[in-house]
Design a protein around this ligand. Structure first.
Ligand SMILES: [Zn+2]
Length: 423
């Protein structure tokens, strides 16, 4: 009964049919109400990403990130136990959309072409399971949801003990659960946004449970041309629900900011909107006045709106910058980048590197007289390969190709990771 009331609190029944197509924001609000620190840390992650983007306008990290994916198919009947071919074409859709190689980029309107961007993020089905054994990257589980269906609020699909399937380590894999969501009443998916990399996290705070990190998609809209995407689901039959939810997972918000014209998504190059696109393709939709201009229509072709799948076709450069920042700072291990750990917090405040971006010489500055280096510094590329080792406080980097790098500094307070851009 509690579960039922929670659903009513989060949605209206009309919303269940369509207005709440994606439950990410409702789930966030539910968790932020239940666990106030959760809301704080999610917002902190977003604010940190947004501030970095604002302070580094136009900076694009170099290199393509590749994310291993495990798809957990959790079914209660044969129809929900969808075919492998739908998994393969869903991965293909993600790769097309995140690389801006989707065939329908030709439908992006002229006013959005200058900001439409390739995220340089790719996805592949995991080839090694958590035990180091070969895998197809697909698991199949006969589920037993307590409520007869899975819901965004109980997250039962994510736990063996609750009739679902446990996550694979969510720091190393993007977990996507495919299941019946609310009997297909219009909630097509939800995702957990990144949580700020903060010290003193209370391990008892439930939403921090790494076993919940990932994306859940209704089985009937997973993959392109899913034969179950019939009736009112026909408009969402191109696999874009997963594109949208992975966007949330990588830190993006809805382009209408889940509110009126004063509610922003925090991204400068998506024009404000007062409402979502309502699963249709209304190219004349323009709900807000841009100040300052130029005047732009609502960006209904954005993957983070709710237009029909057939008229979604783009992310903006601002959205791409946020997603890459999230990968580089909050989901590093997914793409093989080194991770900050708690002990580094003291040392982090004791060190600075400059200039950043850098052309010639990278300098390390120490503010704290009690800090000393315990071994040579290392410069790594985004794949974690060590390219340069040096002692002292300076390194020539002019020979490095342009792109994003990591400086690893070993100190008596622990290891410090600093990212920099080589111009
Ligand atoms: Zn959404």
């Amino acid at each position: 009964m509690r579960l039922f009331l929670l659903i009513i609190a989060g949605f209206t029944w009309q919303g269940l049919i369509w207005g709440q197509r994606c439950a990410t924001h409702s789930v966030f609000e539910h968790n932020a109400t239940t666990y106030p620190s959760y809301g704080h840390y999610v917002n902190q992650a977003f604010d940190e990403a947004r501030q970095w983007i604002e302070q580094n306008p136009g900076v694009k990290s170099g290199g393509v990130y590749q994310i291993p994916v495990v798809v957990h198919i959790v079914y209660t009947n044969a129809t929900q136990n969808i075919d492998d071919s739908l998994v393969y074409n869903q991965i293909a859709v993600l790769n097309e959309d995140f690389r801006r190689m989707n065939a329908d980029t030709i439908n992006t309107r002229n006013e959005f072409l200058p900001v439409a961007a390739d995220a340089e993020i790719e996805f592949y089905l995991a080839t090694t399971d958590p035990n180091g054994n070969p895998t197809t990257g697909i698991t199949r589980t006969a589920g037993s949801p307590a409520f007869g269906t899975y819901t965004p609020f109980d997250d039962n699909v994510k736990f063996d003990s609750l009739g679902g399937k446990n996550a694979w380590p969510s720091n190393k894999y993007l977990n996507i659960w495919v299941c019946d969501l609310l009997f297909g009443f219009g909630v097509l998916g939800y995702a957990y946004p990144p949580i700020g990399n903060v010290p003193n996290w209370d391990p008892g705070v439930a939403p921090a449970n790494p076993g919940k990190q990932g994306v859940v998609i209704h089985y009937a809209v997973f993959g392109r041309n899913n034969p179950n995407a019939t009736g009112f689901l026909e408009v969402v039959n191109r696999g874009r629900t997963a594109t949208h939810e992975v966007g949330h997972y990588l830190g993006l918000r809805h382009i209408w900011g889940d509110g009126d014209c004063t509610q922003d998504d925090g991204i400068a190059d998506t024009p404000p909107a007062a409402s979502d696109a309502q699963q249709i393709c209304d190219w004349s939709k323009n709900t807000c006045t841009e100040t300052p201009g130029p005047q732009l229509p609502d960006n209904i072709e954005n993957f983070m709106d709710y237009a029909a799948d057939s008229c979604m076709n783009m992310f903006t450069q601002g959205q791409v910058n946020i997603m890459r920042y999230v990968l580089e700072n909050f989901r590093q291990e997914l793409v093989g980048l080194p991770v900050n750990v708690k002990e580094q917090q003291v040392a982090l405040g004791s060190l600075a590197i400059y200039p950043n971006p850098v052309n010639e010489v990278l300098n390390v500055h120490v503010f704290n007289n009690n800090l000393f280096f315990t071994q040579p510094h290392e410069i790594l590329d985004i794949n974690g390969r060590i390219l340069i080792q040096f002692n002292g406080t300076k390194s020539q980097v002019s020979h490095l190709p342009s792109g994003m790098y990591v400086l690893r500094i070993h100190t008596n307070y622990g290891i410090v990771i600093k990212k920099f851009i080589k111009q």
